[in-house]
Design a protein around this ligand. Structure first.
Ligand SMILES: [Zn+2]
Length: 170
């Protein structure tokens, strides 16, 4: 019965960089507390784009460069280094959801999967939906104090949908 903690896209560009917003800075300690207290496996996702970002479909919808591989904005804050070093796996993805993470969850059963990170109604939401399809018998939990959004109304909508899907919101 192993438990997995998934930290989604807690990267500088979403915190204080090109797509940063103040609420994102305030959940850092809560994520670090989850990381510190978690006994079992931990994985991370990294939003990862290249110089051609603006030409991608995401770039057309959101024409703000972010998370360009190997830049400071792509990295997570330094406090996360120790956890990144010990992570079971790191998933680099060039879109909201990580199919690699979903595949990993299909192949490695966890009794519970806990989510935190950024942004609640976008990449966190997308990865939870993928996770649920990949491993329907796992309990999926979202830590509300360790995720957030720049849009309160979209976040509220996302929470309602997740609850309707049977996701536990803590
Ligand atoms: Zn992106």
């Amino acid at each position: 019965m192993t438990k997995l903690l998934v930290v989604v896209d807690y990267q500088n560009d979403f915190i204080s960089g090109s797509l940063g917003f103040e609420k994102a800075t305030k959940i850092k300690d809560n994520i670090l507390t989850l990381l510190k207290n978690h006994q079992d496996d931990i994985v991370f996702t990294f939003d990862t784009h290249d110089e051609n970002y603006l030409k991608t479909q995401e770039g057309k919808n959101l024409p703000i460069c972010h998370c360009i591989k190997d830049t400071l904005g792509w990295q997570m804050p330094n406090d996360f280094d120790i956890y990144l070093k010990n992570a079971k796996k790191i998933f680099y993805k060039n879109t909201f959801g990580s199919l690699e993470l979903a595949n990993f969850l299909k192949q490695n059963y966890y009794s519970s999967i806990e989510f935190c990170g950024l942004v609640s109604h976008i990449c966190v939401f997308s990865n939870i939906i993928l996770a649920q399809s990949a491993t329907p018998n796992s309990k999926i939990i979202l830590h509300k104090n360790a995720t957030t959004s720049f849009s309160e109304s979209l976040e509220k909508n996302a929470y309602e949908i997740l609850q309707a899907y049977g996701i536990e919101l803590l």
